[in-house]
Design a protein around this ligand. Sequence first.
Ligand code: NAG
Ligand code: NAG
Ligand code: NAG
Ligand code: NAG
Ligand code: NAG
Ligand code: NAG
Ligand code: NAG
Ligand code: NAG
Ligand code: NAG
Ligand code: NAG
Ligand code: NAG
Ligand code: NAG
Length: 654
Amino acid sequence: MSLFLSLTVISVLYASANAGISWNAAPFNPPAVPLAVRSPYLNVWLAQGAGAQLNDVWPTFWTGSILGWAGYVKVDGTTYTFLGSPGNNGTQKAVQKDLTWTSTQSIFIMTAGGIDLTANFLSPVDPTNLVNQSLPFSYLAVSVASNDGDSHSVQVYSDISAEWISGNDSLIANWNTTTGSVLIHQVQLTNQSMFAEILDHTQYGSAYYSTSNTDGVTYQTGEDLVVRGQFIANGTLLNTQDTEFRAIQDRWPVFAFAHDLGTVKAVTGPVLFSVGHVRDPAIEYIVATGGRQNRSLYFWSQYSTVDAAVVDFHADYGNALSVAKAYDAQVQSDASKVSSNYADIVALSIRQALATVELTISRSSNGSWNTSDVMTFMKEISSSGDVSTVDVIYPSWPIFLYTNPELGKYLLLPLFEYQASGQYPNQWSVHDLGGPYPQALGHNDECGNMLIMTLSYTQFTSDESLIKAYYNLLDQWTLFLISDSLVPANQLSTDNFAGALANQTNLAIKGIVGIKAMSVIANLTGDSSKADNYSSISSSYAEQFLEFATSTSGHHLTLAYGNDSSWSLSYNLYADKLLNTQIFSESVYQMQDAWYSNVANLYGVPLDTRHTYTESDWEIWMAAIATTSQTRDIFIDSVQKYASSGASNVPFGD
Ligand SMILES: *[C@@H]1O[C@H](CO)[C@@H](O)[C@H](O)[C@H]1NC(C)=O
Ligand SMILES: *[C@@H]1O[C@H](CO)[C@@H](O)[C@H](O)[C@H]1NC(C)=O
Ligand SMILES: *[C@@H]1O[C@H](CO)[C@@H](O)[C@H](O)[C@H]1NC(C)=O
Ligand SMILES: *[C@@H]1O[C@H](CO)[C@@H](O)[C@H](O)[C@H]1NC(C)=O
Ligand SMILES: *[C@@H]1O[C@H](CO)[C@@H](O)[C@H](O)[C@H]1NC(C)=O
Ligand SMILES: *[C@@H]1O[C@H](CO)[C@@H](O)[C@H](O)[C@H]1NC(C)=O
Ligand SMILES: *[C@@H]1O[C@H](CO)[C@@H](O)[C@H](O)[C@H]1NC(C)=O
Ligand SMILES: *[C@@H]1O[C@H](CO)[C@@H](O)[C@H](O)[C@H]1NC(C)=O
Ligand SMILES: *[C@@H]1O[C@H](CO)[C@@H](O)[C@H](O)[C@H]1NC(C)=O
Ligand SMILES: *[C@@H]1O[C@H](CO)[C@@H](O)[C@H](O)[C@H]1NC(C)=O
Ligand SMILES: *[C@@H]1O[C@H](CO)[C@@H](O)[C@H](O)[C@H]1NC(C)=O
Ligand SMILES: *[C@@H]1O[C@H](CO)[C@@H](O)[C@H](O)[C@H]1NC(C)=O
């Protein structure tokens, strides 16, 4: 099933919701600003909504629950809060001056008395380097500079709470601190529940908060009021550890660092912090004959301890920042070829999309890591929490084709292997791998999606391994489409919240393109008689389809056969373009284009005539297949308008 997220309000006007914002925002103020967004469990946002400064509210998990993350800067003896909402105990609030975000960075500039502080939240995206991409860590780099020409005495402080390790703050945590070239606070539940979640938070593994061990650094763990109070009073911490392990919410233990930067005039820093959450194993996966396999994040192939990975992550910051800037510029340049609003939407989506997946490897029988066995798993965030849901992978598929199609292959592999193992009883394709995440233990109609994704992967990479290894499975799914797709039974679509319906035209389109995709696959493998047969079946279906599906006015496709006044977003036509199968003629696209421009609302075109809501993912697919730039921009600009409206404060809808 698909996500039913934030792009739900079509007709409500919020045009002036963020009129009170005083800072400069580029490209705009998004619903939530990504702070540390790298995995389903390291997924931390500033719920910005109609306008919240970095120090107006606490950072939150994607669900909205608080993740304590505090920051102070002390300037000539006066303490200012710059991050989080740790209370006003003799402190002032820095004033947000600027927010700039890109595909990988969210950069805030805050004025605190005589200095300006820059906080860069960098969540690296390195899709072709599997070691780096699988490291569940993000950077916070803080630099300061005088803003009035004078020198100032400056100390910087930051901590996290134990809220990062559980969805239940009554549970007992323990922690410790190591002091090598990087200072590392590690915190975890005393009772670890393997593979378990509470309210979407993981219940095992550890959170890490680290900082570089440079001159003037101090650390402390203990009750929030005490540790923060120490910094406020003194500007340094005591290098002590509180070892009275207790519940997350019992005199809230925090894990803090302070850096004394001395006298500052020119740009000083950055002071580097990193935050992460690591579980091992990451995924429990079903293998042949009901067996279970533990799978670990890819980075373990390079590191034998988390601390070693953290030390390298810190040492690599300079390089990571240049790689990030180059990546941001590449995305900006590629996406700007469509439009500036499109580039903004892509930049806002990249971290979020890649953080829904985890890259894993298994062990060989002798215990060594098997880096030939890479599989990626996706968490279906914000609805069922299932693993590797085919119709949630499907709308995100273009971002994998763009960033690195291999990541797409690694996402499809566990689905293929599970179904090839014979444990799945149906003729049609599985919907997901069970759940909730991270237990991929199987689940007992996603045939078109699988065919379309598999062929597009093959076309993008010329790697025929998937179509060769799973040819029979792909053919089996096609037979299901041949019997079911022209006249789709009464069923839910991916937009399951919209309700079940027979004869949905958009489902028929996907099935018909799926049959044609198998024709191309058969042709690639030299099976030309099958290729010819499936090609003629799909052409004949497409012809019959247009008779069933075109409204009598001839102005649009209907939502369901025979219901003349109905219509829907025919976003599955995207597959016909992506694969260049040319099953539907240009006149179909032109008819749809002309229609949508008549029925667009403030935030876009409704999903279908049953409701007024829509989905940002399908609007963007509609933009991709538009025949005119005017229609394309109706879709893109309405998604941008929604994202910049202040109408929501949750992470961007799918
Ligand atoms: C949270 O933990 C407490 C203490 O173990 C327990 O009593 C409570 O039921 C738990 N709540 C949830 C939602 O797990
Ligand atoms: C910190 O605690 C974790 C979990 O108990 C443990 O694995 C690790 O070895 C400890 N580190 C130190 C330096 O004590
Ligand atoms: C850990 O779990 C066990 C069994 O559920 C329970 O007896 C014990 O009290 C728990 N310990 C803590 C520290 O929560
Ligand atoms: C203020 O800080 C002092 C330590 O300097 C601490 O004892 C006190 O509890 C704090 N009060 C609040 C409301 O944070
Ligand atoms: C801060 O603590 C240090 C070490 O205990 C002490 O020498 C210094 O005087 C204190 N400074 C302030 C302003 O309290
Ligand atoms: C997977 O890891 C868990 C936790 O370490 C362990 O209890 C379980 O036995 C492992 N399963 C397999 C199949 O190795
Ligand atoms: C990624 O990983 C490699 C080695 O695994 C390392 O040398 C490199 O600096 C890392 N960082 C980036 C940003 O590529
Ligand atoms: C490593 O994984 C690959 C792909 O699953 C498999 O073919 C190979 O046998 C595995 N190697 C070992 C040593 O287990
Ligand atoms: C474990 O098996 C792998 C794959 O067969 C092999 O490359 C590696 O050398 C083996 N390691 C040990 C310690 O035997
Ligand atoms: C579905 O459409 C077909 C072809 O137009 C029609 O024969 C059939 O009655 C329709 N089914 C339903 C349930 O409307
Ligand atoms: C199969 O491929 C050949 C060679 O590219 C092409 O001429 C033919 O039209 C293809 N057949 C189908 C059904 O796509
Ligand atoms: C085409 O494929 C369908 C479905 O497998 C089959 O029923 C039909 O006999 C095939 N036709 C030809 C001419 O091979």
